[in-house]
Design a protein around this ligand. Structure first.
Ligand code: SF4
Length: 499
């Protein structure tokens, strides 16, 4: 709605419900860089569109208002015409009333009126879905439509491919929406007034991240000093605020007699002395990493609409792995194994076979945050029963590097976290992810999905570059574990020398 700052829409209304200042920026600075979606968000939007289209099949026989997104008035007019034909449903129906546009995912005819169906790509109904449905009902009634019922139609976590007949759950939210309707007209009026004035003054608070992370966090939230108290490992926001209120802004300010958890005490000690803390107990934690070792990491994709047997909506499905394996009797020399899915077919049987081969003969299988690898292995066992025994053996041999670091080591550069992205550059200077094209798991997931599902629409050179980037990213994860374990062993050796 460029040039029409006072005209509202469903998405504007919802942004304004979270924060008027956010809405003001969205309307007056629509080109703000913060509003460009990240690759992860783009992926969510695309999957949401797929879910929306699939939902129509579950309310069949409808008419689609198929016009470009920005042609609001044309869509409203086309909806008006469609209503005259009285189809059983209208998909992407658009309405304007109370100076507010709303699009309805599915408008279903009932014997005496209509049902508004809001389709959500989530696995459950959430509180934030109610104001979404409420503003639609408000506008539709304002436009003269008899709305009898409101529903949220979300994905069903019980659904299992290939039976997608129960992919959706339709929840009747009519009573809740009737309650939520009460405040809608006043809020719309308040938003309209606010948009006609200057940028409103709204203090920061819980609303900045609820129900969604505000894109303008960096504009409003002050930049925190290094080692701010909120950087204490997994500290609750409330506790960090208490510490600040007591006059402690950073970890340097904390007094020695303050009661802290073991990990926090170690973190504070490392920061206040400016030196890495290595507990003497580290030596006892390392013998579990008994050679020959395999270092293992999976990458996954997560699809709203399941594609492979046994999968449920949004299940994280392993589609790539990297493994560095120490060779028996060859002085611990490492051989690298890797596998990546390349097309839309079920990747799990071939992946499982390659994985079993890669981990054969390893006495222990090292992972970083092993619960993730354990879950992937469990899924693979169910999906590929012919390798169930071998996969179970891998699962039983898993050893986790992350808790070893968390319980025994803190480097001031960890910055309050123990993810491999934090611990690797601190413990192994010169090795990080900064030189890679794919640098984090979120981007890896999106690129993997593209490699698998858009391969036939991608130029071969681009596809090859994407594949290579993904392979190097996953390889870096397992190489990082190799170097981290080496570092931990050298720290123990240094301690022994001291005594
Ligand atoms: S960061 Fe918070 S106060 Fe600032 S615009 Fe966003 S929600 Fe509003």
């Amino acid at each position: 709605m460029p040039g029409e700052p006072s005209r509202l829409s469903k998405s504007r209304y919802l942004a304004g419900l979270q924060c008027h200042k956010q809405l003001w920026w969205r309307v007056h600075e629509p080109e703000a860089p913060e509003l460009s979606p990240t690759p992860g968000q783009q992926n969510l939007f695309a999957q949401g569109r797929d879910v929306g289209e699939r939902a129509r099949r579950h309310v069949p026989g409808g008419e689609l208002i198929d016009l470009p997104f920005f042609q609001y008035d044309d869509k409203v007019a086309a909806t008006r015409e469609a209503l005259k034909r009285e189809p059983p449903a209208i998909y992407e129906a658009w309405f304007l009333a109370d100076d507010t546009y709303v699009g309805v995912d599915i408008l279903e005819r009932t014997p005496r009126g209509h049902t508004v169906i809001e389709v959500k790509a989530s696995n459950s109904r959430k509180p934030e879905h109610l104001p979404d449905a409420a503003v639609q009902v408000h506008v539709l009634r304002g436009a003269g439509l008899q709305v009898e019922r409101a529903e949220v139609m979300h994905l069903n976590p019980e659904c299992r491919h290939p039976d997608l007949s129960n992919l959706f759950v339709r929840e009747d939210v009519t009573a809740l929406v009737e309650g939520a309707l009460i405040g809608v007209p006043d809020e719309l009026a308040a938003q309209r007034r606010m948009l006609e004035g200057p940028l409103p003054d709204v203090p920061i608070g819980e609303h900045c991240t609820r129900p969604y992370d505000c894109p303008f966090l960096e504009r409003c939230w002050p930049k925190l000093p290094d080692h701010h108290v909120s950087k204490l490992y997994r500290i609750e926001r409330k506790r960090a605020l208490e510490l600040e209120a007591d006059g402690y802004e950073t970890l340097y300010d904390l007094p020695s007699d303050l009661e802290l958890s073991v990990i926090h005490a170690r973190q504070v000690r490392a920061v206040q002395t400016g030196r890495m803390v290595v507990e003497p107990t580290l030596a006892k934690a390392l013998p579990q990493f008994a050679s020959p070792l395999a270092f293992l990491d999976f990458e996954t994709v997560s699809l709203a609409i399941p594609r492979w047997p046994g999968c449920r909506p949004w299940q994280q499905v392993p589609v790539q792995f990297s493994a560095h394996r120490e060779e028996r009797g060859r002085g611990g020399s490492l051989v690298h194994h890797e596998w990546i899915a390349e097309g839309p077919a079920d990747p799990r049987p071939a992946l499982a076979e390659a994985l079993v081969e890669a981990c054969a003969e390893a006495r222990k299988v090292v992972a970083y945050h092993a619960s993730f690898e354990r879950e992937c292995l469990k899924q693979l066992r169910e999906a590929v029963p012919r390798f169930a025994k071998e996969l179970e053996r891998i699962e039983k041999r898993l050893v986790d590097l992350l808790p070893v670091i968390r319980r025994h080591v803190y480097h001031p550069d960890f910055g309050g976290g123990f993810s491999i992205k934090k611990t690797l550059p601190a413990l192994v200077p010169g090795l990080s992810y900064a030189d890679l094209w794919v640098q984090d798991g979120e981007v890896a997931t999106v690129e993997l999905q593209r490699l698998m599902l858009e391969g036939d629409r991608t130029p071969p050179a681009e596809r090859a570059a994407r594949r290579e980037a993904l392979l190097r990213y996953c390889e870096r994860d397992t190489w990082a574990m190799v170097k981290l374990l080496e570092k931990l062993r050298s720290l123990v050796a240094d301690q022994l020398e001291l005594f």
